[in-house]
Design a protein around this ligand. Structure first.
Ligand code: 8Y4
Length: 280
């Protein structure tokens, strides 16, 4: 029921909230306001008060059309923030990166988890995680961020996502990542249209059936806005995002990646009460 995150543990008997900390200058949902370490730290403190037990630090935008970031730039954005959070705050630090050098330096700076939307497919990424001795979240993505939303097509969505994740599990475990240090994520919005995303959400149990803890990220994504009124801005997606988080948690997801940590935490309290049938 516990998942080891370096020197910390995560209780997998209940949903946990991963708060999002963008350290990209172009991240649109927070306007890139948190790119400086001081502001980043204050934002983290607020997310911890609001109920986050993991902070996901990301220095590379994966939005279609976003310009690629150099290793130097990504290191500059991510490492000082990881250092400060892990030294100053009582929280697990996840690093959203695909870059082997960022994996290594983030580990040295005190990171607890590598969250790779490319599931360690970059050259040297698996080896970097093995050397760092860190757990990893393997996410499904069809194609690469730049082109992933160009007419997404699957012969069999659930089979394709499951096969992709199983192949990545096989590769990373063969390279030396312990099976109990792997988290899976179906990758909502990554090379998927609205129908694909809601099919995945409805059938999330099939991802759980692979036998690993599951993380989901739907917060403020297009699949939420897509079923709301046109023109709904990012923060106005939080009601829909909380609903999606509840569906994930009721279907077994145990880490929920979210922007609005307070709203998500409140929704998760309702899930907890339900799973414990009121014996809270
Ligand atoms: C508004 C705000 C609209 C943010 C879209 C977005 C996931 C992830 C991302 C995910 C895991 C995002 C780094 C995309 N999504 N990592 N990362 N799972 N494990 N878009 O679903 O938040 S970035």
């Amino acid at each position: 029921m516990n998942f080891r995150l370096r020197n910390r543990t995560l209780d997998l008997s209940q949903p946990n909230i991963m708060g999002i900390l963008n350290v990209t200058p172009d991240s649109f949902s927070d306007g890139g306001l948190f790119d400086r370490p001081e502001r980043a730290l204050r934002h983290c403190e607020q997310m911890i008060r609001d109920g986050a037990v993991i902070i996901d630090v990301g220095g590379e935008s994966t939005r279609p059309g976003a310009s690629p970031v150099s290793t130097e730039e990504e290191l500059e954005r991510v490492v000082p923030v990881v250092e400060r959070i892990s030294a100053c705050l009582d929280v697990a630090v996840s690093v959203d990166t695909s870059n082997p050098q960022v994996i290594r330096e983030a580990a040295a700076a005190g990171a607890h988890l590598i969250n790779d939307v490319r599931a360690l497919r970059r050259n040297g990424a698996v080896e970097a995680v093995v050397e760092a001795g860190l757990p990893v979240c393997l996410m499904h993505m069809r194609g690469e961020p730049g082109h992933m939303q160009d007419k997404p097509y699957y012969d069999d969505l659930m089979q394709d996502v499951r096969h992709f994740l199983q192949e990545r599990i096989d590769v990373v475990t063969a390279a030396g990542v312990p099976a109990d240090q792997i988290i899976l994520d179906p990758g909502f919005g990554f090379g998927k249209n609205l129908v694909h995303n809601y099919t995945l959400l409805n059938r999330l149990r099939q991802i759980l059936d692979l036998g690993y803890p599951v993380l989901t990220g739907l917060s403020r994504k297009r699949m939420i806005a897509g079923v709301l009124e046109e023109g709904t801005d990012a923060v106005d997606r939080d009601g829909g995002s909380a609903a999606a988080a509840v569906i994930c948690a009721m279907n077994g997801a145990r880490i929920i990646r979210a922007h609005n940590v307070r709203a998500t935490w409140e929704a998760m309290q309702v899930v907890r009460a339900t799973l414990e049938e009121g014996h809270v």
